[in-house]
Design a protein around this ligand. Structure first.
Ligand SMILES: Nc1ncnc2c1ncn2[C@@H]1O[C@H](COP(=O)(O)OP(=O)(O)OP(=O)(O)O)[C@@H](O)[C@H]1O
Ligand SMILES: [Mg+2]
Length: 424
């Protein structure tokens, strides 16, 4: 299949000098990070310089030992229709051993080793020029340009320019592959982290439901013989109902955690996300004597975030703060700040401060652990201890971090830091 979207290359007589052309090409490759844009830019340039109207670019697929089509344009050719070419294909093995271009129109470009198979392979693919893109001696990609050799042969200067452009293109593709590899291992690490915490959570869940299950079981065993004892039945069924609520709540939180998906990031105004959560919390605190203050930085940088998940983070932190302030004159202050961190990177920070009970030094080391809670009171509103585990997970999935400062009897402040969108 031919990619219809890119413009056909400009094959009109060139007005740029080779140096200007090279500078423009290098600059364009440096500004793109998107794989398909880089691929199209490379292919357009190679087609322009060789005055070939059709082309296909293949990129090394390291895991499957083959080259897959990255992009193509121009009239359909056999090359454009091949989704992948094996790394043992005779054309590929020939390209891997040369730094120069293979051109059907230029017999001098064919070595004796090429002569047997290469011309017929190129003809079968309906291409006349094959350009290897090598980096550190490895064939990273190659371009096949067509059609068959009725177009003029590029000049000697053109051929030399082509080799320099190909080297530039290979370097750009190499950085792109390194970047992709890094991103993949990052995702893998996160996934492994996640599996490990799910393992802890599953173990914790078994432990957490043991007590309520024991009480439910005891009630069921005793109920037949105590059925006449109205007080027993009334009191015990209330306890059992609370235990059932607790199990339901645990199941719900674990499902929320397990169902958790990769964040869908959008460009957001964090101040606005904070305000929307505060609106909800204000309604919840209307009956309590808690004063809410908000100080939002006017120069807060924009952040790429999953709005729903960051709202979940803020609500968990705000509700924890409210739980901790079961006192008169509670004061909850939410601030946002623009931060500059080492390396001159800009971050956005949300600070949530309360003057509640505070957290003891011993407890502080465990607040992010699954099932750590001091809200043991049975009932529908008791804590499960998964709130901060989920908060921590989400913040890290956003490449951010979370810090906490607390003094018992004075209050607690949480800081959520998220990297700003870099200015390009
Ligand atoms: N702002 C705060 N002030 C005082 N203690 C806090 C604060 N935030 C968290 N904590 C402590 O950390 C513990 C863990 O919090 P976390 O949100 O994970 O669980 P939880 O609130 O107990 O239950 P839930 O899973 O329902 O949120 C709390 O039980 C509490 O002891
Ligand atoms: Mg909580």
């Amino acid at each position: 299949m031919t990619d219809p979207s890119p413009q056909a290359p400009d094959t009109s007589p060139e007005t740029l000098t080779p140096l200007q052309r090279l500078a423009r090409f290098a600059r364009d490759l440096g500004t793109h990070t998107d794989r398909s844009l880089i691929a199209r830019r490379i292919l357009t340039e190679l087609c322009e310089v060789t005055a070939r109207p059709t082309g296909t670019l293949y990129l090394l697929d390291q895991e499957r030992e083959r080259y897959t089509r990255l992009t193509s344009f121009g009239k359909e050719s056999a090359a454009a229709n091949a989704p992948a070419i094996s790394s043992t294909h005779p054309l590929v093995t020939r390209l891997a051993h040369r730094t120069t271009v293979l051109a059907l129109t230029d017999p001098s470009s064919l070595t004796p080793a090429d002569e047997g198979t290469v011309p017929s392979v190129l003809e079968a693919l309906q291409v006349s020029i094959a350009i290897p893109l090598l980096n550190k001696g490895r064939l990273l990609a190659f371009a096949l340009l067509g059609p068959l050799p009725d177009s003029p042969q590029p000049s000697q200067d053109g051929m030399e320019l082509l080799i320099v452009l190909a080297q530039n293109a290979a370097n750009a593709l190499d950085s792109m592959l390194v970047h992709d590899d890094l991103r993949q291992s990052h995702t893998l690490m996160r996934r492994t982290d996640r599996l490990r915490s799910l393992e802890i959570i599953a173990g914790g869940f078994a432990h957490e439901i043991r007590n309520p299950l024991t009480s439910i079981k005891t009630f069921i065993q005793l109920a037949p013989e105590r059925r006449e004892d109205a007080e027993f039945i009334r009191d015990f069924s209330r306890i059992v109902l609370e235990d059932v609520y607790r199990i339901e709540r645990l199941i719900q939180e674990i499902l929320d955690y397990a169902r958790y998906m990769e964040p869908t990031l959008t460009d957001e105004d964090l101040n606005e996300v904070v305000s929307s959560c505060l609106y909800f919390v204000e309604m919840k605190t209307a009956t309590k004597r808690i004063k809410i203050e908000k100080e939002l930085a006017p120069d807060l940088p924009r952040v790429m975030l999953d709005r729903q998940q960051v709202q979940q983070v803020l609500l968990n932190l705000l509700l924890n703060a409210i739980d901790a302030m079961n006192i008169q004159d509670g004061r909850l202050t939410v601030r946002t700040h623009r931060l500059t961190r080492p390396g001159n990177q800009t971050w956005a920070q949300i600070e949530i401060e309360d003057n509640g009970a505070g957290i003891s030094a011993d407890n502080l080391a465990h607040i992010f652990d699954p099932f750590f809670t001091t809200k043991h009171a049975s009932g529908e509103h008791a804590g499960t201890g998964l709130g901060l585990t989920i908060v921590h997970q989400i913040v890290h999935e956003h490449d951010g971090d979370i810090q906490v400062e607390s003094t018992e009897g004075v209050g607690t402040t949480f800081f959520v830091n998220l990297p700003a969108i870099p200015i390009t």
